[in-house]
Design a protein around this ligand. Sequence first.
Ligand code: G6P
Ligand code: MG
Length: 218
Amino acid sequence: DIKGFVFDLDGVITDTSVLHGNAWHQLADSLGVSWNDDLANGLKGISRMDSLEMILKAGHKENDYNQEQKVALATQKNDNYVAEVNKMTPANILPGMKAFLDDLRAKGYQLSLASASKNAPRVLDKLQLADYFPKVVDPANLTHGKPDPEIYTKGAQVLNLDPAQCIGVEDAAAGVQAINAAGEVSLGIGDAHELAAADMVFADTASVTLENIAKKLG
Ligand code: G6P
Ligand code: MG
């Protein structure tokens, strides 16, 4: 039986995936790396430094910067991103997500957060959702980022649940891979092709309800 939900944040609870994308796009432009949808989608769920590496590799520039310069570039992106996050309010919660979280809480499901973002606590705070997620996996303590299962394994651990008792909720292909490898049930939100590995896919957040999940679980 399902007893807990392990949530991704960016692109699931709020549309910060767009803000991350915009900030990376801006950095890529300034570095002369051409931007495209595949690169944008591939960055979803990927840690800050891994994202920078992917962008530099896409432009064959991974050897053009030393570690200190790379950290400076990542910081530049993050400063731009944080400036946008600071403008957020609860109105930025994606459609239906507040109602879904309320329903989960009312029905006694346990919730944890498995976001690769070091800004997750700030985002939750802006959305006034921090109370819903007392258990947040700290990405600073991870050895491997998504698609490695580590963050989802820990997301179940902090709830004292077996992975099989948890549904992982993701918008990124790398995240769905991580959930599957952790042995949790994967719920993807977004494009069915991109998230084909998920146990169930919903086109948008508004259709993610316990009733619809029960139908898909069969
Ligand atoms: C999430 C987002 C990624 C982002 C990563 C790190 O996984 O989907 O786009 O790069 O977090 O975020 P941070 O806020 O720590 O730079
Ligand atoms: Mg995401």
